[in-house]
Structure formats: C-alpha cells, structure tokens
Design a binder for this molecule. Structure first.
Ligand code: UDP
Length: 285
C-alpha cells in the first residue's frame, strides 16, 4: 500500500530506498522519457516518472476507468494527478482546501429549501417542457441528448457504486485505496476517515466503471472534443438556454471548477437579459 499521487514516500517504500527530494528529482530524470509533444494521458506520465511507474500506477487504472488505453485519452486526464518530490500526499495543491461546513448533502438541502424551487424527480424534461412555461432554461444534462443526438452520440462514462456496511471498526487505513492493477473496481472509499465519525461499524463504497448508467464523466479524446464543438455551435444558437456543468459542456470539471462555471454563467445571463428589466416589461405588457 503506497501513497498516490506519487511522492517521496511512494518511491522510497516501493523500492526500499531512502532518497531525499533532490535525489528523487534525479531518479525521475533518469527514468522519464522524452516526448516531443505531450498530447496523451500516457505522455504526461511517462515524461514525468517513466514507463515503469506509469505501468504500475496508471495504465491499468486508466484502462479500467475509461475503457480505453491512456494513449487514446487527452493529456488532461492524468495531468489532474500531480507528481511530487516532497511528502505531501494530498490530491490538490490549492492553498485553500475546504469542505462545506455541514457536508455537500446539507449544502444542497439548504439551497433547495427555497419556496421558488420545485423538484420533480424521475421526470424527463422533454415530457414537461411544453407544459411548464419558462423564459430561460439552465440545462445541465448531456448536451447531445438536448439535441436528440442529431449529430451522433457523445460518449459518457459512468460508475456503478456498491455500498457496503461492515461489522468492523475500520476496513482500510486511509479514506481511499486505488486498485491500479487488480480487481474490477477502481477504488474503495471508507467514509469515516473523511468525516471523523466514530462507530463500531464502517461504510464503504466500491466503484465499478461502466458505459451504462447515469453519465458522470465526459471522455476527453480528440474525436469526442471535435463532436462536442459541433454541439456547442448548435447550443450557442439556442436563445436563452444556458448549458452548464460536466455533461452539458462536456468538460471533466472538479467541484470548484463547476461552481466557478455556474457563477460565471450566472453573471453572463444577467448581463444578457437583466431579470428585473424583463419582469418590468412583462408588467407593462
Ligand atoms: N489515475 C490513475 N491511477 C490512479 C489515480 C488516477 O491512473 O491511482 C488516472 C486515471 O486515468 C483517472 C485520472 O488519473 O481517471 C484522474 O484521477 P482522479 O482520481 O482525479 O479521478 P476522479 O476522482 O475524477 O474519478
């Protein structure tokens, strides 16, 4: 069991070494491959840490997660995961890293607890679109579905989550363990490490990547990005429908990025059609 993202401890434990950060720089330098133009998810890793570490940590995991070889995926997929020569084992390098105070569930409950918001679950928006009047629509579903797949299907990757509760206090020593080489699942998350919950039992989730099921990830590949661009051109011609989020803008966004996109879109919406002004116009009519 080793830390990922790859850092000083990963290499020292894996090879039984006692390198310093400076020595690790030279270790990577002696192993990394020269890649003229870094284009793919494979290029990113082999040009940083070399092929052996790529094969141990990235190749199998990526094939499982995406159903294709890393050499066919855009560099952005593995560029998300940093390589470090110090002992920092966190995923992100941002100066400020926070969770919503009461967790994401509470955050969404509070947002939705507004008399102007009505939720209809298990409802296809096409079934109600004609009967619910709207001036503007914010669409967060798959962009190709909005256009009834008129240009063909954009692939999305999904996950099957298997939730398990065990009669033991702890299953694994950390919150997330990735399985880059064995098993059909990519990772197991044990929540109590994240929440600090004390309990005699423990809850886990296994993640099995799949093509079927709710779409969660766009698949970043040149051919998919080209098809998305054509849908994006159609989307920009639809008056007052705003496409937001991972599925509607076909981008592999993290939570902070998707919040940033939502706020930026809101600012653009207000500029294009000030709500107060349009309400006044309606009143005048
Ligand atoms: N990845 C990998 N091995 C790992 C962790 C990540 O090969 O142990 C690759 C894999 O292609 C994955 C991508 O890096 O899809 C991004 O990883 P991340 O953990 O950010 O994926 P997410 O949490 O978005 O599913």
């Amino acid at each position: 069991m080793l830390p990922i993202p790859i850092n000083l401890d990963t290499i020292n434990k894996l090879y039984g070494l006692d390198l310093t950060s400076e020595e690790l720089e030279r270790f990577f330098a002696s192993r990394r491959e020269t890649v003229d133009e870094i284009r793919t998810a494979e290029d990113v890793v082999v040009s940083t840490v070399g092929r052996e570490l790529y094969e141990k940590f990235f190749r199998g995991y990526t094939r499982k997660q995406w159903g294709v070889d890393p050499s066919l995926l855009n560099k952005s997929v593995t560029a998300r995961v940093p390589t470090r020569t110090d002992r920092d084992d966190r995923y992100f390098g941002d100066s400020f890293q926070k969770m919503p105070a009461g967790g994401y569930t509470r955050m969404f409950q509070r947002m939705l607890d507004n008399p102007n918001i009505k939720i209809m679950l298990q409802t296809d928006y096409r079934d109600i679109q004609a009967s619910i009047p709207f001036r503007r629509m914010i669409y967060t579903g798959p962009v190709d579905e909005y256009f009834e797949w008129s240009l063909g299907r954009l692939p999305y990757r999904s996950l099957r989550f298997e939730h398990v509760t065990l009669d033991c206090e702890q299953f694994q020593p950390v919150a997330v363990v990735n399985y880059p080489q064995t098993e059909d699942y990519t990772r197991i998350t044990e929540y109590k490490h994240l929440t600090g919950q004390q309990s005699l039992r423990t809850s886990l989730t296994y993640e099995y990547p799949t093509d079927v099921g709710d779409p969660y990830y766009p698949v970043p590949r040149a051919e998919n990005e080209a098809l998305y661009k054509r849908y994006e051109a159609l989307a920009s011609d639809v008056p007052d429908v705003w496409f937001v989020g991972r599925l509607a803008t076909y981008r592999y966004y993290n939570m902070d990025q998707v919040v940033g996109q939502a706020l930026a879109t809101f600012a653009r919406m207000q500029k294009s059609l000030p709500v107060a002004a349009s309400i006044e116009n309606e009143a005048a009519e």
